[in-house]
Write a protein of this length. Structure first.
Ligand code: TUI
Length: 315
């Protein structure tokens, strides 16, 4: 499975690891890169020094390419970008906004830029700005979500742009990969599946909450704030629902979420923490090394394609 994405990024398989705030650390990124995909360190809301250390750590753990995910709503976004320039990070993905104003400088140092786009309009705009590819992320994903599903977003973005499209949201096994390629994607971004890996440093409770999740457990809260977020249902999401039903202010709703992702990731508070995960959580049933996850994804892809061929009489 070689696509333009493999050539652009210098990777073996067209699999990118999702940039998950607090979750996508140097350890996880290096493990995915060592497995033949593109590992990604998520800057999230972290300050520049944290990111610089993580980039250095990842360089110690792998000699393969890896990237950084920039969350554009971060209060530290400008200093995070400075680290990316100084460290000459080879590829960045962006989320939760339009990275337009950073593109020229990034291109001048050869950094590849792959923004997440939740719409055709932003995909076209980004192509015009000269980005290298786009990630069409459906609302099935965990964390901050757009409106459209992967199934409808990916083919419309594919038809609208000439640069490669990476599908994201709801992909956790080989069937999802083949589906994404059927829609015209040339790569996939996978988050929740890699969260349940041996190398991922999140608290064990968090991984077990994902493994225990059923099909309808990853719900969206915070729609009224303009920043809807998908997490596993728990006491915190019930509290969010109550606040939203009572038409609480955006400030009150946002305050309820403060520090809750850190509490889930670092302290294992899966009851009142923000357990961000995608809708595919219900499909994930084990924790294993990233290399095994990637090998399984790639090996089973051939079986899925063979099954499709057999349905169509092998033609
Ligand atoms: O960014 C993500 N997922 C995230 S970010 C995050 S941290 C956070 N926590 C609370 C509120 C907000 C952020 C947790 N998970 N995925 C990529 C993504 N990007 N999803 C949606 C978008 C997006 C939305 C609007 C990208 C661009 C965009 O453009 C608006 C514009 O300015 O044109």
């Amino acid at each position: 499975m070689k696509t333009r994405i493999c050539d652009i990024l210098g990777i073996e398989y067209p699999i990118l690891q999702g940039g998950m705030a607090w979750v996508s650390t140097a350890e996880l990124a290096a493990a995915v890169s060592n497995g033949g995909g593109l590992g990604i360190i998520a800057a999230g809301n972290a300050p520049a020094d944290w990111l610089r250390n993580q980039v250095k750590k990842a360089r110690e753990l792998t000699d393969k390419p890896f990237g950084v995910n920039v969350m554009l709503l971060s209060p530290f976004v400008d200093e995070v970008m400075d680290v990316i320039y100084e460290e000459k990070v080879s590829v960045i993905t962006t989320g939760a906004g339009n990275p337009g104003k950073y593109i020229e400088k990034l291109k001048s140092i050869g950094t590849k830029i792959i923004p997440v786009v939740p719409s055709v309009a932003l995909a076209k705009k980004m192509e015009k700005c000269g980005v290298d590819a786009v990630i069409a992320e459906g609302t099935e994903s965990g964390g901050h979500v757009g409106e459209l599903t992967t199934m409808v977003l990916v083919p419309q973005v594919v038809d609208a742009v000439n640069i490669p499209v990476i599908a994201a949201g709801g992909i956790g096994d080989s069937r999802g990969i083949v589906a994404a390629f059927s829609l015209g994607a040339e790569g996939v971004q996978i988050g929740t599946r890699f969260l349940c890996s041996t190398e991922c440093t999140v608290h064990e409770n968090y991984k077990m909450a994902v493994i225990g999740a059923k099909d309808r457990d990853a719900v969206v809260t915070g729609r009224s704030t303009g920043h809807p977020v998908r997490t596993l249902k728990n006491k915190l999401t019930k509290e969010f629902d109550k606040l939203e039903e009572s038409k609480a202010s955006v400030e009150d709703i946002e305050n309820l979420g403060k520090g809750r992702l850190q509490a889930a990731v670092c302290d294992g508070d899966v009851v009142f923490g923000s357990v961000m995960a995608g809708q595919i959580a219900g499909l994930i049933g084990d924790i294993k090394p990233c290399k095994e996850i990637i090998d399984e994804l790639m090996n089973n892809t051939c079986d899925v394609i063979d099954r499709i061929k057999s349905i169509y009489g092998g033609h």
